[in-house]
Design a protein around this ligand. Structure first.
Ligand SMILES: Cc1ncc(COP(=O)(O)O)c(C=O)c1O
Length: 354
C-alpha cells in the first residue's frame, strides 16, 4: 500500500479507512468471485443468530454446542442470547478430517465448529444423516479452502477480521438456498457502524498525518464500538449503502496477498525452543501465528513487538490449554519491506532473549 507517506507507521490491530481509489486498484489486482448464495449482516454474531433463527423455524432445538477453545466474546454473547449453550472440547492445533462429535450430542442439537486459522479440513459427508446440525465458523479462514468447500449445513464469518469494513458478517448454506426473512431496522446498530467509520478515518489520519493524540481517540471509539456490538442482540436489517459497501470488499482476494507475505516470513523465521509457528503445508493461515509454552517468554516477545509498533492479536487467552498464542497481521496493508521489518524484529528478540 501507500507506505512511503505514512508518518506514524504501525503494523496490526484494527483496519484503517481505505480510500476508494486505493480500494479499486486492490480489487483489480487481487480479484475473487465468491459464489455462494449469501446474506450479509452487521456482525458475525448477527449472521450466526440469523442461522439459528432459520433452523428453529423448521424444528425445535435441544442444545447448542460451542467449542471450549473459541472467542470468549462470542461465547458470552451467545450465553446472553440462549439458555441452552453447552461447551465441548476442541483441538485447535490438530488438523484431521475427522469431526469429533461429543458423546452426548443428539440430532436435535446444533454443533458449532470452528475453522481454526483457515487450516481446518473437517469433512462431514461421511457422517450419517442422523447427526447434529453443523454450523461452521470461518471468521479466521475467510476464503480458505475449507470456507470455499465446506460440507457443513451452514457457514458464517465475521468479515471485519479480514476486510477493512466498519462491521460485517455473512452467512450461507453450502449448495442450498437460505431464505430471506424480514428484519427490523435498528438505529443503535446503525450508529455503531457510523462510529466505526469515524474511528477508522481517525486511524487513517493518525497513520498518514501528524497528530499523535488521534491515537487515543480512535482507540476509545473502537472500544465503544465493541461495547455496542456486545449489546446488540437483534439481527438488524442492513441499510442499503452499508450492504453495498461490504459487497464491494467481498471482491478482494485477501488470501493471495497473505500467502506472499507468509512465504517470506516462513523462509526467515523457523521454530525455536520458545515458540512453534502454526502453519500447514499448502494452506494459507490467518496470519503469522506463534504458539508459546512459557508465559514469560510470550510476554517478553509481545512487549518487544509492541515496542517496535507491531501490534499482534492475542488469541483467546481465556482457555486452559493454549494461553500464549499470538497472531502478527500480514494482510494486504503490508508488503515485502514490512515482512523484512517484522522478521528483523523477531530475529533481534531471538538473539537477545534467554
Ligand atoms: C472466531 C470468531 N467468530 C465470530 C466472531 C464474532 O464476530 P463479530 O464481532 O463480527 O460479531 C469473532 C469475534 O468477535 C470470532 O473471533
Amino acid at each position: 500500500m501507500n507506505s512511503e507517506n505514512i508518518m506514524n507507521k504501525e503494523i496490526g490491530s484494527y483496519f484503517h479507512w481505505i480510500d476508494s481509489t486505493i480500494a479499486k486498484s486492490l480489487f483489480k489486482k487481487h480479484p475473487i468471485n465468491f459464489r455462494e448464495n449469501t446474506h450479509v449482516f452487521y456482525s458475525g454474531r448477527h449472521a450466526l443468530k440469523y442461522l439459528i433463527n432459520h433452523i428453529e423455524q423448521g424444528r425445535s432445538i435441544s442444545k447448542i454446542w460451542m467449542p471450549e477453545y473459541y472467542c470468549q466474546h462470542v461465547t458470552n454473547w451467545m450465553k446472553k442470547n440462549y439458555s441452552n449453550i453447552h461447551l465441548y472440547s476442541a483441538h485447535p492445533f490438530e488438523y484431521t478430517d475427522e469431526l469429533r462429535i461429543p458423546e452426548d450430542v443428539s440430532e436435535n442439537d446444533i454443533l458449532i465448529i470452528n475453522n481454526y486459522w483457515g487450516l481446518s479440513t473437517t469433512r462431514l459427508s461421511k457422517y450419517p444423516a442422523k447427526r447434529p446440525i453443523i454450523i461452521e465458523d470461518h471468521s479466521h479462514g475467510w476464503l480458505s479452502r475449507q470456507c470455499l468447500h465446506s460440507e457443513a449445513d451452514y457457514c458464517f464469518v465475521s468479515l471485519r477480521k479480514s476486510l477493512p469494513i466498519p462491521l460485517g458478517g455473512i452467512c450461507w448454506a453450502p449448495n442450498k438456498e437460505l431464505p430471506s426473512y424480514p428484519l427490523p431496522e435498528n438505529q443503535e446498530v446503525y450508529s455503531v457502524w457510523d462510529k466505526m467509520v469515524v474511528a477508522m478515518k481517525n486511524k487513517t489520519e493518525y497513520l498518514y498525518g501528524q497528530s499523535e493524540d488521534l491515537k487515543d481517540l480512535y482507540l476509545n471509539q473502537i472500544a465503544e464500538v465493541e461495547d455496542g456490538l456486545d449489546l446488540s442482540h437483534k439481527v438488524t436489517k442492513m441499510r442499503t449503502e452499508d450492504k453495498k459497501f461490504i459487497h464491494k470488499w467481498l471482491q478482494l482476494d485477501v488470501l493471495e496477498i497473505k500467502k506472499r507475505n507468509l512465504d517470506l516470513l516462513y523462509r526467515k523465521i523457523t521454530d525455536t525452543p520458545n515458540y512453534k509457528i502454526i502453519k500447514r503445508f499448502a494452506y494459507t493461515s490467518f496470519g503469522f501465528m506463534l504458539l508459546f509454552s512459557d508465559g514469560m517468554a510470550y510476554e517478553s516477545f509481545r512487549k518487544h513487538l509492541i515496542d517496535n509498533q507491531i501490534y499482534p492479536s492475542n488469541l483467546w487467552p481465556n482457555n486452559n490449554g493454549w494461553k500464549y498464542f499470538l497472531n502478527v497481521h500480514v494482510d494486504f496493508r503490508y508488503g515485502i519491506e514490512d515482512m523484512e521489518f517484522i522478521a528483523g524484529c523477531i530475529e533481534d528478540w531471538n538473539r537477545t532473549y534467554n
